[in-house]
Design a protein around this ligand. Structure first.
Ligand SMILES: *Cc1c(COP(=O)(O)O)cnc(C)c1O
Length: 466
């Protein structure tokens, strides 16, 4: 483990960094004015699952950066792969009937580690761009098949599919739709399979079937001959680590099959071992036609995304499609692809998928289960190395706090204060730690989680909110 950096080691003091940041840097998903007053936390250094800020605080990163640093920070194999490729060929495009060895090799490797129906990949620079490609590709597919009226893509409320025009439209975040005239035409949403929010009056199994039925209702409302595809995250990530009932995805698959519509699995978070299998669709038991990936493909070391294209779609595009008028300058970027290759090889070498499935995943589930005894906790869910803790006002009734109290933010404040990064989605506290985390590190994380919950409980009591 590297030594803690002194604040001076970055060349400027925290205040100097914060001032320059406030003057020039507009952060994503941020109230610019409020942050400029408060000042950013400046992250300067990282190793394994730990971050350090410019004040020298050590922080356990239970969110893997932003769901992406799956192999942990400081992996030499990824650093070497990038360095080697930067020297050899930092960039060449794939537009003009050319290709580079890393892009070809990564395409080959992805075909190996994805389910059998996937033999082809279309590269993008991010998950959002990957989902833009999905929209273009599924509509093109139906065009080629002589069904151009099949344009509508069905998604879900509270889904996250990125922040480009198409990504944000596919997503079901109402606060995103409220800015910029979204969703774009031809994208509609159904309610999410969130038992705690939408299904408490039923058993989970029963609710899963009801929630899948909303897809069929929507297909019939739109007209089965107008629906191109259904897209969903196997487990909603940014929406709050919402694990659907086991009955949900098999029923969704059956409905897609019944109407012949394409199933798109957005695996940007669930892919590359996060759920204890290589892909979330394997954990949930579906056979998607397309899969979006990003984040974990390079463990976030450099940006890369893409779409795995199943044979049903690839065959039509290749054999009957002609030109596909779509692509990005960085589709198949050689440095990003070289890092991805090193990352996938490292996942295999360290047996991280098995580590999550057989060891730390079950251990996290067991540890999280103990949180159910806490007075503030109404529901706990985990799959692999994703977890959620739902904070409630009344445990017996599973009654939530008033949203304006922002109890989740109070809890998040205590996490930060004690050296733990855990995210709050409303009053749902979520984690997705690096896949390299050990049992001992999970114990360390759990102690910090319990402490944050206890401090939150004390605050809530003191304020008379309980
Ligand atoms: C993060 C995310 C995206 C968007 O990826 P970007 O690389 O931020 O564009 C899309 N889908 C899901 C499920 C994500 O979590």
């Amino acid at each position: 483990m590297n030594a803690v950096l002194s604040p001076k080691a970055t060349g400027r003091t925290t205040q100097e960094w914060q001032r320059a940041d406030a003057q020039h840097f507009l952060h994503p998903f941020t109230d610019f004015g409020a942050l400029a007053k408060k000042g950013s936390r400046i992250i300067t250094h990282a190793e394994n699952i730990y971050l350090w800020d410019s004040e020298g605080h050590k922080i356990l990163d239970a969110m893997s950066g932003l769901w992406c640093v799956n192999v942990g920070y400081g992996q030499q194999a990824l650093i070497d792969a990038a360095t080697r490729q930067l020297k050899e060929l930092p960039f060449y495009n794939a537009f003009f009937q050319t290709a580079t060895p890393p892009a070809i090799e990564l395409a080959e490797l992805l075909a190996e580690v994805t389910p059998a129906q996937f033999k082809h990949v279309f590269f993008s620079g991010s998950g959002s761009e990957g989902n833009d490609t999905v929209v273009r590709m599924v509509r093109r597919y139906w065009d080629i098949l002589g069904q151009p009226e099949r344009q509508v893509i069905i998604s879900r409320k509270n889904a996250y599919h990125g922040s480009t025009m198409a990504g944000a439209s596919l997503g079901g975040m109402s606060y995103m739709h409220a800015q910029g005239g979204l969703p774009i035409p031809g994208i509609v949403h159904i309610e999410q399979p969130h038992w705690f929010e939408n299904g408490k009056s039923m058993s989970r199994a029963e609710f899963g079937k009801v929630a899948a039925g909303w897809l069929e209702d929507k297909i019939l409302e739109v007209g089965p001959d107008k629906v191109a595809a259904f897209i969903g995250e196997p487990i909603q990530g940014a929406g709050g680590v919402i694990v659907p009932p086991e009955t949900y995805w098999p029923a969704v698959q059956a409905i897609c099959d019944k109407y012949g519509i394409l199933l798109v699995s957005d695996e940007v978070i669930c892919g590359f071992g996060r759920t204890g299998n290589w892909w979330g669709c394997e954990t949930m038991g579906t056979k998607p036609d397309l899969m979006t990936f990003a984040k974990g493909v390079t463990s976030g070391y450099v940006p890369l995304g893409g779409v795995m294209v199943g044979e049903r779609v690839a065959k039509v595009l290749i054999e009957q499609g002609g030109d596909f008028n779509h692509g990005y300058t960085y589709s198949g970027h050689p440095v990003a692809c070289a890092v991805a290759i090193a990352n996938i090889k490292l996942i295999r070498e360290l047996k991280l998928v098995e580590h999550v499935r057989d060891d730390v995943g079950p251990y996290l589930a067991e540890q999280f289960k103990t949180l159910e005894a806490h007075p503030l906790v109404g529901e706990v869910q985990t799959v692999g190395l994703m977890g959620a803790v739902q904070l409630v006002k009344n445990k017996a009734l599973l009654a939530p706090f008033a949203p304006e109290l922002e109890v989740g933010m109070v809890c998040r404040g205590h996490c930060f204060g004690n050296g733990l990064i855990m995210r709050a989605v409303g009053d749902r506290m979520i984690i997705a730690p690096p896949l390299v985390i050990t049992r001992a590190q999970i114990d360390e994380m759990m102690a910090l989680v319990r402490r944050a919950l206890d401090l939150t409980l004390a605050d809530v009591k003191a304020k008379g909110w309980l």
